[in-house]
Design a protein around this ligand. Structure first.
Ligand code: XMP
Length: 325
């Protein structure tokens, strides 16, 4: 398949068009792969999930999915990968819980770029080790999408933690590389993936690592994950999940004094960030109803150990980037 999207290629907007695309790709993958084996790094993000579902349909157990849990996933994400791919779709799934490896390496590291490099580098190492344990793998599948190709000289290169070792000499299988994100989602739904997985908000490769500011500690990371889960749950319940482009919690490495049950209660602040954008180059702030903000504050401060304040970030991009890092 060429890397240029033909001008005649119709935008995939309906289940019918998605099914036609799936049919074509299933045939193409079978022709390319034959009876050989394919390896895929399955993060649980939209692109790799859709590729996994497509390849499972095309070649079943000839696909080997490796899901590396770097310990920086949001609450429930690795569990969902295991549930959907390991159980429902009965895929050949290797689950690697590398949490300790990542968190041990990150201990005491405060510089954001160094944190990113450690996470990206370790991801490749873990994946490489798993690949080395397998035999007879001929292909590497990737969730490359068309914007990745268009931007391949630009920003996203350093963005993708899924970037794999250059010396991995395998032919690539990239069935959605000519699709735009919205088309990948339509295809994902036609493949029967859960709506929440296919329409999930963007999540950076280094995960909560860029939102647990400064040196990551397990207790603060845990608090961040729990607070973030509450924010997501409340956005879901209140109709904001499908409307707001990206929303999350960041927790800085600082404490302030509070009071709980009549006692001094030092804790971290949870910072709410909820932004809208079309291309992530600039972003505006979502106006969250005050009643909901009060409710979220109440839940986070009561349910999450270690958090004693909730703050709202009102800064558009520029000048604030979307992530805090
Ligand atoms: P910033 O913070 O630069 O983020 O305004 C712009 C968008 O990019 C996302 N982001 C990433 N996405 N891998 C990704 O796939 C990454 O390493 C990464 N870092 C930031 C960020 O969440 C926002 O949507």
């Amino acid at each position: 398949m060429s890397n240029v999207r033909p001008e005649t290629m119709a935008r995939i907007t309906t289940p019918e068009l998605a099914r036609a695309f799936i049919g074509e790709q299933v045939a193409a993958v079978r022709a390319q792969v034959g009876d050989r084996k394919v390896l895929l790094a399955l993060s649980g993000g939209v692109d790799s999930s859709v590729v996994a579902a497509l390849l499972i349909k095309a070649i079943g157990k000839q696909l080997v999915c490796v899901h590396v849990n770097h310990g920086l996933m949001r609450k429930g994400e690795s569990e969902q990968v295991i549930e959907v791919f390991g159980k429902t779709l009965d895929a050949n799934l290797i689950y690697v819980d590398a949490t300790d490896r990542f968190l041990d390496l990150l201990a005491g590291v405060t510089d954001p770029e160094t944190k990113r490099k450690i996470i990206g580098g370790e991801f490749i190492k873990v994946f490489d080790e798993e690949a080395a344990k397998l035999s007879g793998i001929s292909f590497l599948a990737q969730g490359t999408i068309y914007p990745d190709i268009l931007e391949s000289d630009g920003v996203k290169a350093h963005h993708n933690v899924g970037g794999l070792p250059e010396d991995m000499q395998m032919e690539l299988v990239e069935p959605v590389k000519l699709l735009y994100k919205d088309e990948v989602r339509v295809v994902g739904e036609a493949l029967g993936l859960p709506h929440g997985m296919v329409y999930r908000q963007p999540f950076p490769g280094p995960g909560l690592g860029v939102r647990c500011l400064g040196a990551i500690t397990r207790d603060r990371l845990h608090a961040l994950r729990e607070a973030d889960a509450i924010l997501r749950e409340e956005f879901d319940r209140n109709g904001l999940a499908g409307k707001v482009w990206q929303y999350f919690i960041a927790v800085p490495a600082m404490k302030s004094v509070g009071v709980k049950d009549g006692k001094r209660y030092e804790g971290w602040p949870a910072i709410i960030r909820a932004v809208n954008t079309t291309d992530a180059m600039t972003a505006t702030i979502e106006e969250i109803p005050y009643a909901l903000l009060h409710h979220i504050t109440d839940r986070i401060t009561h349910e999450v150990a270690g958090i004693n304040r909730v703050l709202l970030d009102l800064t558009p991009k520029p000048v604030g980037t979307i992530e805090w890092e």
